[in-house]
Ligand binder design. Structure first.
Ligand code: FES
Length: 131
């Protein structure tokens, strides 16, 4: 199997200092079992310590704290496997205020194209799915 790196185009924005969002490109070495949230940890730990995102909470697709918009769709990044040579655009979850980069404020109820999300006991759960 190929060991081509993963190419991530990542949304960057700090509302406290930036006038407008931008995108940064990162290359992450692929390995068997690599998940998207692990790839973001690699970026933060090895390439750019300023990247902000919500790290693992449950790590098992339950709490939804790791949801982000990936290639235009809202997904749980802790359960998204990566494949050699993949290229992905990673953005904050749509509809939520950006705190910094990929970290958003989930303290509200928001309707998105992927469904309605609401805060409940510190976690975010999907309330309903739109047709
Ligand atoms: S960390 Fe809980 S669903 Fe991803």
């Amino acid at each position: 199997m190929s060991d081509k790196p993963i190419a991530l185009k990542v949304f960057r924005f700090d509302p406290a200092i930036d006038r407008a969002p931008r995108y940064e490109n990162y290359q992450v070495p692929w390995r068997e079992g690599l998940l998207l949230l692990c790839a973001l940890e690699y970026v933060r730990d090895h390439l750019d310590e300023t990247l902000a995102f919500r790290d693992y909470c449950c790590g098992c697709s339950w709490c939804s704290s790791c949801v982000m918009t990936v290639d235009g769709k809202g997904i749980r990044t802790c359960s998204r496997p990566l494949y050699p040579g993949e290229s992905l655009v990673v953005e904050p979850m749509r509809g939520f205020p950006v705190i910094k980069d990929l970290a958003v404020d989930f303290g509200v109820t928001v309707a998105t194209p992927e469904g309605t999300y609401r805060k409940m006991e510190g976690t975010i759960i999907r309330k309903e799915k739109r047709s």
